[in-house]
Design a binder for this molecule. Structure first.
Ligand SMILES: [Zn+2]
Length: 402
């Protein structure tokens, strides 16, 4: 059989461009609409922008890769499905999706302080109603729409340092911004810093935090955890109530974005989502400048480097016995870690849920199919059953963005 013909015109996708946007630009180079390109050139039924950008049929993505000469992973990365398991655990909702995504880490509050909700059909960052959101300056230079503008993951454009805004229409033909051009609220530096980190996670696969860099998968979950902590019902805060109030005072928005009853972040109006993102940015800034003491087990990721002591030139004295007792030695810390790991491994041998959590945790570091295979081999050696793998989506390599 003759291989499908390579299309002569196919504009290169921009970094993190959505599939619907790239397809529309490709179709317009032939004077067509994207549904006409799908029907006439590929014999495929029309798909809405939302269907194209979420989880389109795999054979369509393979066909587009062949027609344009793009790498398959590059085409997949233009869809949300291409971001499993880094941004989403899976695109199939499960009863424990919220708990797995939002409750494994903790920042402001001690672990287990928050109530675990089980919202129906919940997926992190995704709402049922698609919101059109973009950077005015980016869209003035061309009708390229980024996949991540659809998600309430960032509130600003790191390239232009301006807020993302909601609009109606199709940028290629007609666009109506919902707020006037001169109605831009000030962009706090803390929000710029937060969005810059999220952008780094999206484009490089990791984020530089004060003490170390973390995998993008950890960053997205850390941010979502913080948003949950900042909107948790007031009665759950206990002794941290005043601290959380200080965060809201610092960012200048009403406590808990004035929520009267709990709702997942994803279903809130964009105005409230922006307030929560600004509060998360303020909390991170306050943790890093040591003006907020927090109780979460993952908060150390945001702690600043210890300050170098100011000396008068005399050499530092040797540690006394009392000083040594204050800080555990590296050997003691390592013993604690191995004890905890041994306990987890023993539990994972009999409990598939723990086995899956352990596997998900360990595979954050796996950036290739080869290292993922190595991880499966290690689990087999440790006699941890891998039955849960057959029920979850097979791992794809990290989406490839420029
Ligand atoms: Zn921009």
């Amino acid at each position: 059989m003759r291989p499908p013909e390579r299309w002569p015109l196919h504009p290169a996708p921009a970094a993190t461009e959505s599939l619907s946007s790239w397809l529309r630009r490709t179709a317009s180079s032939y004077g067509m609409y994207s549904h006409q390109l799908l029907e006439h050139a590929l014999g495929h039924r029309e798909l809405s922008d939302a269907e194209l950008d979420l989880d389109p049929p795999r054979h369509l993505l393979d066909e587009l890769a062949i027609r344009t000469g793009l790498d398959q992973h590059r085409v997949q990365a233009m869809t949300m499905a291409g971001w499993v398991p880094w941004l989403f655990d899976s695109l199939t909702p499960a009863p424990d999706t919220y708990e797995t995504y939002v409750h494994q880490l903790s920042v402001l509050l001690p672990p287990a302080r928050r109530q675990i909700y089980t919202p129906r059909k919940w997926q992190p960052w995704l709402a049922e109603i698609r919101v059109l959101r973009g950077c005015r300056e980016c869209l003035e230079s061309g009708p390229t729409i980024l996949l991540f503008w659809q998600l309430p993951l960032m509130a600003s454009c790191p390239a232009h340092r301006r807020r993302l805004e909601t609009y109606e229409g199709h940028p290629a033909d007609y666009i109506k911004w919902e707020t006037p051009a001169d109605d831009q609220r000030e962009l706090p530096e803390s929000l710029i810093a937060l969005d810059r980190r999220t952008w780094q996670a999206i484009t490089t696969g990791s984020v530089d935090l004060p003490r170390r860099s973390v995998h993008a998968g950890v960053w997205f979950r850390l941010l979502r955890t913080l948003l949950d902590e900042l909107s948790t019902p007031q009665g759950r805060y206990g002794r941290q109530l005043e601290d959380v109030r200080r965060v809201w005072d610092h960012c200048g928005h009403p406590f808990r974005a004035d929520l009267h009853s709990w709702q997942p972040f994803e279903t809130l109006h964009w105005a409230r989502q922006q307030q929560l993102l600004e509060a998360a940015a303020a909390a991170m800034e306050m943790i890093e400048d040591r003006s907020l003491i927090v109780r979460g087990t993952s908060a150390h990721l945001l702690h600043p480097e210890p300050k170098a002591p100011i000396t008068d030139g005399t050499p530092p004295r040797s540690l006394t016995g009392a000083d040594v007792q204050k800080q555990p030695t590296l050997d003691e810390l390592w013993n604690q870690v191995t004890t905890i790991l041994d306990t987890c491994i023993a539990a994972a041998k009999t409990d598939p849920v723990i086995a899956k959590h352990l596997f998900d945790f360990a595979r954050y570091g796996c950036r290739s199919e080869e290292s993922a295979r190595g991880l499966r081999g290690t689990f087999a050696e440790l006699q941890i059953p891998l039955d849960f793998l057959s029920q979850t989506k097979e791992m794809d390599p990290l989406p490839d963005v420029e």
